[in-house]
Design a protein around this ligand. Structure first.
Ligand code: UDP
Length: 235
């Protein structure tokens, strides 16, 4: 029986604030999902919404009600879910099933543990929008909570860079990449912002391993098997 894995797709993996929905980027994410199913993993996916709106940023820009800002953020993740699920289904290799943790029944099924488990076992990809379904959280927290609920002992977070660095590699040429790092060390280094602290702490508490790498099917499969030449494992 295949292992359950969870993939976190940030909004920036699907587009930018300028150009929200990028077909080529969505195809790349789909190729990762297909490779995982092909390698006999049972796959669930949580989408972020940062390509459209982030609650915190909207709030910082002067929109005072953070709850409404977060509600807008959660709805952004539903749009990403509709987008990714449709691109995946059009490719015709792996069937996607979209769930939402906020009620939007006319566009996505309400999340159900039983149905999600069944779809995953049937080699369908379960896409989950709406984060945790509550304001005040991010989809990073959503993804680890959802991984726990769906018995996934690993969360794969694909990023622009090839793993976790001791400081931001975009600004520091001499930044060093970790091949493996403990949750304690990741939490202790304020420069590491791969996931928010609440998400890291929850993953540590539930012993959920994090795999950080670029959205390339071969790289994802290699790092999942423990080859850290092109990625970082947090455990
Ligand atoms: N959000 C929320 N509750 C959740 C998950 C997400 O309120 O459980 C809102 C929050 O405003 C967040 C936005 O949805 O900024 C989009 O999610 P996120 O920022 O995690 O997207 P990503 O950075 O992964 O693209």
């Amino acid at each position: 029986m295949g292992k359950n894995v969870m993939l976190k797709v940030s909004g920036e993996q699907l587009g930018s604030e300028e150009y929200n929905f990028d077909m080529a980027m969505a195809q790349q994410v789909c190729s990762v999902i297909e490779a995982l199913v092909d390698a006999d993993y049972n796959v669930a996916v949580v989408m972020g919404g940062g390509n459209i709106v982030r609650g915190k940023k909207l709030h910082k820009n002067g929109f005072t009600n953070q709850v409404i800002a977060d509600e807008m953020g959660m709805l952004a993740t539903v749009q990403n879910g509709l987008f990714l699920n449709e691109v995946l289904n059009q490719r015709g290799k792996v069937e996607g099933r979209l769930f939402s943790n906020i009620p939007v029944e006319s566009v996505a099924e309400r999340f159900s543990y039983q149905r999600a488990q069944k779809y995953m076992k049937d080699n369908r990809a379960v896409l989950i929008a709406g984060g945790l379904g509550k304001p005040g959280f991010t989809t990073d927290t959503g993804v680890v909570a959802q991984a726990f609920e769906l018995h996934c002992d690993t969360v794969i977070k694909t990023t622009k860079v090839d793993g976790i660095y001791d400081r931001d590699p975009e600004f520091h040429k001499d930044a060093k990449r970790y091949e493996r790092i403990s949750f304690n060390d990741a939490l202790a280094n304020q420069e590491i912002q791969i996931m928010d602290r609440a998400a890291l702490a929850f993953a540590a508490d539930k012993a959920i391993t994090l795999v950080i790498c670029q959205p390339d099917p071969e790289v994802v499969l290699a790092v999942l098997k423990g080859d850290t030449k092109k990625g970082t494992i947090v455990s």
